[in-house]
Design a protein around this ligand. Structure first.
Ligand code: ARG
Length: 394
């Protein structure tokens, strides 16, 4: 619709809540934190009461919140409100196929933590508690929110665990090309690149506190479970020495609840096979492994019409699934998860709620038409829905 703000385009500056990216997605200069919009707070508290019916009367809580905002410019969520807010933010994530489990999200309330070193220590603890030796648990750790006059901490990494991309002078990247710029940034801040340069070097955390000065913290290896990849039939696959980390923990999407912005609120679920096999390891601008695998498989790569890429892709995803299964690390497959997502949509509808979804993100990046999520459309996401995990700003 002309003139309307959609999630793909520019958005007006936030008057409260989390700062949003400016036109074209460019990060805004760090703006002073605005007071919480009392209307945002009211509508969240009302939603919480409508769905969770807590014991304190609604009118009392609304008055309290309004008074607190009038005096301090913000308000403090009760632990129950915070848990509800984080879970509903997940439920509202239109790109996530795994939302059937939204109500099981474990919330680690660390709102008293603002200092980078402590944030880092809590991220490490988050990983340990979420990983549980492979029995992965969906977990979020919520750090101090932004308050007028005092921004909360920021985690600059896209995820808690990611692999470095080492860019050689000729432009060729060793590791994950997606993180080549970020790797350059942490090297400038003093990270010594591992020698020899690896393809799977875990990046340090880059965290800033209220003074906005970024600092680096290495992750202890025992907090980072990784799965070496093998193929169920082809022994040569292990010789490729591929691996991937067990836990996807997104760390740069602000959680906005009732007008309050929790900019540092890392959260994780567990992997879907195709995220690693059909994207991270396969995309031409990521690890780009299909030509290597096709060669080992002895496929005819002289024309796309032999479908060598499709055939190599299936074997790569099979290897990922097989390796995680054998290692006892939780991993969903695209067939089962698609079924479960439709169960979730049906449950939401019977609870009287819409379930907005982004078709292009929900449909798996391989065998789309084999999964039931392909064969229908979904309610259009509304970028103003809250609580929400928002696009990163820096
Ligand atoms: N696609 C991202 C990755 O490959 C992870 C996004 C979140 N995924 C999840 N299963 N919770 O690292």
């Amino acid at each position: 619709m002309p003139g309307s703000w959609d999630h793909r385009g520019a958005r007006p500056p936030a008057t409260s809540g989390c700062p949003v990216a400016g036109p074209g997605g460019a990060p805004q200069p760090p703006a002073a934190v605005q007071p919480v919009d009392p209307e945002e707070a009211r509508s969240f508290v009302e939603q919480f009461y409508a769905e969770a019916s807590p014991s304190v009367p609604l009118a009392d809580r609304l008055r309290q919140v309004r008074d607190e905002i009038a005096v301090t410019g913000t308000y403090v969520h009760t632990p129950e409100e915070l848990t509800f807010g984080a879970r509903v933010a997940w439920r509202n994530s239109a790109r996530c196929i795994g939302r059937l489990y939204w109500n099981g999200l474990r919330v680690r309330d660390r709102r008293h933590v603002t200092e980078p070193a402590q944030v880092a220590a809590e991220c490490v603890e988050h990983l340990r508690e979420a990983t549980r030796n492979g029995r992965i648990r969906a977990t979020i750790t919520v750090f101090a929110p932004d308050r007028p006059g005092r921004p909360g901490p920021r985690i600059h990494n896209e995820q808690l665990i990611r692999y470095a991309g080492h860019r050689a002078p000729d432009g060729v990247v060793r590791g994950d090309p997606r993180y080549a710029d970020f790797t350059d940034q942490v090297v400038k801040l003093g990270w010594p690149r591992p020698q020899p340069l690896g393809r799977f070097d875990v990046l340090p955390l880059m965290i800033s506190g209220p003074d906005r000065r970024p600092r680096l913290f290495g992750l202890p290896p025992d907090a980072v479970l990784e799965v070496p990849l093998r193929h169920p039939e082809h022994a040569w696959f292990a010789d490729l020495r591929l691996r991937w980390h067990a836990v996807p923990a997104i760390s740069n999407m602000p959680l906005e609840v009732g007008g309050v912005c929790y900019a540092a609120a890392p959260f994780n679920g567990w992997y879907l096979n195709t995220e690693i096999g059909a994207r991270n390891l396969a995309d031409t601008d990521r690890y780009n492994l299909l030509p290597v695998i096709a060669a080992r498989l002895g496929l005819d790569t002289s024309s796309v019409r032999t479908m060598w890429r499709d055939r190599a892709l299936v074997e790569l995803v099979r290897a990922v699934q097989h390796s995680f299964d054998e290692a006892g690390v939780t991993m969903a497959d695209h067939h089962t998860e698609s079924e479960r997502f439709l169960t979730h949509v049906a449950k939401e509808e019977s609870a009287g709620r819409r379930c907005p979804a982004d078709w292009s993100w929900i449909v798996p990046p391989m065998s789309g038409g084999l999964t039931p999520v392909f064969h229908r459309y979904y309610d259009e996401p509304d970028p103003d829905t809250r609580p929400a995990f928002l696009p990163p700003t820096d």
